[in-house]
Design a protein around this ligand. Structure first.
Ligand SMILES: O=C1C[C@@](O)(C(=O)O)C[C@@H](O)[C@@H]1O
Length: 253
């Protein structure tokens, strides 16, 4: 199978087959970082990007987050880092209201210690667009995300969501849905595939849960640029350990 990449890696120009990067989702309480560093080291071969999930240690303040992130960057400087504060409505544990969500993300952007920032599409438009602009001005890539934790929207709606996301001046557009059956997984993959046909954006599509595991493994064949895994405990329904993810993904590459 032939893959065609552009120079900055991963984005396919003529063929939807993508070699997805593996993102490990992680977070730890203050006294648990040493354990986690060890796990990252043990699994470094299977990881392309680190996702720091700030909502999983929701009571921390900006300086605590920055300290964690800087320590991660120092130890694993080859790995780009995504900062994510996932709110409850989108399947996370974050309890911040929109204004506090905005303030936290703004402060993190201003620290210039991250490579990519995950911004929820449904945040109030003015706050969201301002965060996107601030991040871009600092040279930080933007990943706009939306989770449907209860169901899978229709193909038409999924494609409309991707279209909307791509108009937001972002680098990555990510949708995660909860499928009820195989047909829902196909809908998500079809939306990724059809969106990727005429797009040079990074597209990410995830069907969660047991049924959706196929999308985590085979998403690249449909054009999905990232797949998320764990190194101990799943952070979202259906996540696989990065080692298993990497070895099972080989059959598609
Ligand atoms: O959006 C995503 C994808 C995810 O929800 C998953 O299903 O693997 C895991 C989250 O940490 C990440 O921010």
């Amino acid at each position: 199978m032939v893959y065609i990449y552009n120079e900055d890696g991963g984005n396919v120009m003529e063929n939807v087959n993508v070699k997805p990067k593996i993102v490990v989702t992680l977070s730890a309480a203050k006294n648990q970082w040493d354990d986690l560093y060890k796990k990252i080291e043990d699994n470094e071969l299977y990881i392309d990007i680190i996702e720091y999930r700030a909502d999983l240690c929701d009571s921390q303040e900006v300086p605590d987050y920055v300290e964690d992130i800087k320590a991660l960057k120092e130890k694993f400087n080859r790995l780009p880092l995504i900062f994510t504060y996932r709110t409850r409505g989108e399947g996370g544990q974050g309890s911040k209201e929109p204004n506090d969500y905005y303030e936290l993300n703004k402060a993190i952007i201003e620290e210039e210690c991250i490579d990519i920032i995950d911004i929820e599409m449904l945040l109030y438009e003015d706050l969201r667009d301002e965060l996107i602009q601030l991040a871009r001005a600092k040279g930080i890539q933007v990943l706009v995300s939306h989770h449907e934790m209860e169901h899978t929207p229709s193909l038409k709606e999924l494609k409309a969501l991707y279209q909307h996301m791509q108009q937001l001046n972002v680098d990555y557009s990510k949708l995660a849905v909860m499928p009820e059956d195989g047909r829902d997984v196909l809908k998500l993959l079809t939306a990724v595939y059809e969106t990727k046909q005429d797009s040079h954006h990074h597209i990410v599509g995830i069907a969660m849960g047991e049924q959706g595991k196929l999308s985590r493994l085979a998403g690249g064949a449909f054009g999905s640029d990232l797949t998320y895994g764990h190194i101990g405990q799943e952070a979202a329904p259906g996540q696989l350990h990065v080692q298993q993810l990497k070895s099972l993904m080989e059959i598609y590459q």
